[in-house]
Design a protein around this ligand. Structure first.
Ligand code: ADP
Length: 487
C-alpha cells in the first residue's frame, strides 16, 4: 500500500560519494540511500566538498552561487555548484574552496566544509531550505553544533558508519570556527587535553543518532565497542537507533550483465534488457569467471580447488588482517586459492606479499583500489572472508551473496544481522585465527564433499533481499519523528 509521507526537505551531508569520489562503504551508501529516500517522496539533496580529485569530467555542472565564509580569521571565498547524480538522479551540491577543500586531508577540510554548509543555508545561498540535515560520520559531525550556535532552524540526524574514526583535532579548530570554548561544557572539558572530538560533538548535539545495523547500535553502548563514547551514547538512549544498510541491486545487476565476463544468476532469473551476453546458471558462470580470473592473476587454472577471497581496506584495527594472516600461514595453502584485494597499510601488505612469494599459484595479493577487479573477484570466488574485529554493517557480505559467493564472517555487528548461520553463510564465534581456520575448513569441506548443501546455501544467498526498500522506510520514520518534534 502506498504511504503518504510528511513533506520534508533533507540535506544529506557527506564527505564521499561514489562514483565521484569513493573511499569505502560510505561512498556506496551515499550513492544509494538518497535515491531510495527520493523514491519514497523525500525531497533530498546531497552536499559534498568539491575536491580536485572528484571524477566529474563526464557530467554537466551548474553554477549555484557563492559566498564568503570566515575561517581562521580570514574571509574565504566559497563557490557552490550542482550536478545530477548519474544513477540516483539526486541533485548534488558541491562546495568549493581552493585552500581547504581541494584535498580531503585534515581536520580543517571538514571543519571548513561543515561551516560552509551551515553558512550557505543561513545565507540562503542554496535554492533549497532543509528541514533536516542528515550528517554522516565525523566529517560532518560539527554541523549540529554549528547549527545550534548560529541559530539555524533545522533538525539533525547523525549516522555513525564507523565509531572508531572520530576526527580528533587540536582545540584551535574551534577558534578557527569562531566557536567559544566556554559556551559549551563538553568542549570545555575536552579542551583539557587540547583536542576536540568531532564525532563526540555530533553525538551530543544531533537531535538523533543512528548506526548502520541494530546489533552495532547495541554494541556501541558497551565499553568493548564504544571507543570511549559509550557513556555519552547511553545518555542519549531512546534517541539512538540502528538501521541496516542496503545495497543497490539494480547497479549490481547492471555490473553482472555488462561488466562480468560470464554473467550468471539463479535458474530462471531474468536477464536485464540491453545485454547481448549469454546468461549462465550460477554454478557454470562462477566456474567460467573463476578460470578467467585464475589466468589473469597467475594462479593455477582449475575448477577443482575452492577460491577464498578478501576485499577491503587494510585496517588492522578493524578488518581482521592479523587473524587472516595467521590462519593463512598455518593452513596448507596448496589445498586453497586465496585472492586478496585491499590496501592502506604497508606493513600488512608486505606480510601478505610473503605468502604470495611462497605460494604464487595459490595466493594472489592485489594492493590497490580497483572496482573492476573487485567485481571479478566477487564473481569468481566461492567464499568471501570477512574477519572483521567489529563491523558496523559491512557491505562486502551482501555484495558477495548477490554474486553467489558465501560469506565466512566473524559473529559481530551488522554481519550478525545480515548473515544467516549455515543458511546463507558461515559465522565464526571468537576473534581468533583458530576460530577462523575452523570456519574456512568447514567451508572447504562443504564445497568439496557436501555439494547439495552448498548448492542450497548459495541459492539461499542469491534469494536474500538486501535492497534499500525497508531500511529507507525506517529512515523516513525517523525523519517524520524529527519534523514532528518527537525527539
Ligand atoms: P568499509 O566501509 O568499512 O570500508 P564495507 O564492507 O562497508 O567496508 O564496504 C566496502 C566497500 O568498498 C565495498 O563496496 C567493497 O567492495 C569496496 N572495496 C573495499 N576495498 C576495495 C578495493 N581495494 N578495491 C575495490 N573495492 C573495494
Amino acid at each position: 500500500m502506498l504511504r503518504i509521507y510528511t513533506l520534508m526537505n533533507v540535506l544529506f551531508a557527506v564527505w564521499e560519494l561514489d562514483p565521484f569520489f569513493k573511499f569505502g562503504g560510505l561512498g556506496d551508501v551515499a550513492r544509494t540511500l538518497p535515491g531510495a529516500l527520493a523514491t519514497l517522496g523525500v525531497d533530498i539533496r546531497i552536499i559534498l566538498p568539491y575536491y580536485k580529485a572528484l571524477k566529474l569530467s563526464n557530467y554537466t555542472k551548474s553554477d549555484v552561487g557563492h559566498l564568503t565564509v570566515k575561517f581562521a580569521g580570514k574571509a574565504e571565498p566559497v563557490e557552490i555548484y550542482s550536478v545530477v547524480h548519474p544513477t540516483s538522479k539526486v541533485l548534488v551540491y558541491l562546495i568549493r574552496n581552493k585552500k581547504y577543500l581541494d584535498v580531503a586531508k585534515s581536520a580543517d577540510t571538514f571543519a571548513f566544509f561543515n561551516l560552509a554548509v551551515v553558512e550557505s543555508i543561513l545565507g540562503k545561498k542554496l535554492p533549497f531550505v532543509p528541514d533536516i540535515i542528515h550528517c554522516n560520520d565525523h566529517h560532518t559531525s560539527l554541523i549540529p553544533l554549528l547549527s545550534k550556535e548560529k541559530k539555524l532552524q533545522v533538525k539533525s540526524i547523525l549516522t555513525i558508519h564507523n565509531l572508531s574514526y572520530q576526527g580528533k583535532a587540536s582545540v584551535n579548530t574551534l577558534e578557527k570556527l569562531n566557536l567559544s570554548k566556554s559556551k559549551c561544557k563538553v568542549l570545555h572539558w575536552e579542551s583539557k587535553n587540547k583536542q576536540v572530538n568531532f564525532l563526540m560533538e555530533g553525538v551530543i548535539h544531533a537531535d538523533i543518532v543512528n548506526t548502520v545495523s541494530p546489533t552495532y547500535a547495541k554494541e556501541i553502548m558497551t565499553e568493548e565497542f564504544g571507543y570511549d563514547l559509550e557513556d555519552i551514547l547511553r545518555g542519549k538512549e531512546g534517541r539512538v537507533f540502528g538501521i541496516i544498510n542496503g545495497i543497490d541491486v539494480d547497479y549490481l545487476r547492471n555490473i553482472m550483465n555488462h561488466s562480468i565476463d560470464y554473467p550468471y544468476g539463479k535458474p530462471g532469473q531474468d536477464q536485464r534488457a540491453g545485454s547481448k551476453k549469454k546468461f549462465y546458471h550460477w554454478a557454470e558462470g562462477k566456474k567460467l569467471n573463476k578460470l578467467y580470473l585464475q589466468k589473469k592473476l597467475g594462479l593455477t587454472v582449475t575448477d577443482k580447488i575452492p577460491m577464498f577471497s578478501f576485499i577491503g581496506r587494510f585496517d588492522p584495527m578493524q578488518k581482521g588482517m592479523d587473524i587472516l594472516h595467521k590462519m593463512m600461514r598455518r593452513i596448507n595453502l596448496e589445498n586453497f586459492q586465496f585472492c586478496i584485494l585491499g590496501s592502506g597499510n604497508k606493513n600488512w601488505e608486505e606480510r601478505f606479499q610473503w605468502l604470495c612469494k611462497f605460494y604464487p599459484e595459490n595466493v594472489s595479493c592485489n594492493f590497490k583500489f580497483d572496482e573492476v577487479l573487485a567485481h571479478q573477484i566477487y564473481a569468481a570466488s566461492d567464499f568471501i572472508i570477512i574477519p572483521s574485529k567489529f563491523e558496523p554493517c559491512g557491505l562486502v557480505q551482501m555484495i558477495s551473496m548477490f554474486f553467489a559467493t558465501l560469506p565466512i564472517a566473524h559473529r559481530t555487528g551488522g554481519l550478525i544481522d545480515t548473515i544467516k548461520e549455515n543458511v546463507d553463510g558461515i559465522l565464526f564465534e571468537r576473534y581468533t585465527s583458530e576460530s577462523l581456520e575452523r570456519a574456512v575448513k568447514k567451508a572447504h569441506y562443504l564445497w568439496k564433499a557436501e555439494k547439495s548443501k552448498y548448492k542450497t546455501m548459495v541459492e539461499a544467498a542469491l534469494s536474500a533481499d538486501f535492497s534499500w526498500k525497508s531500511s529507507a522506510a525506517e529512515y523516513v520514520k525517523l525523519y517524520e519523528g524529527l519534523v514532528k518534534g518527537e525527539y
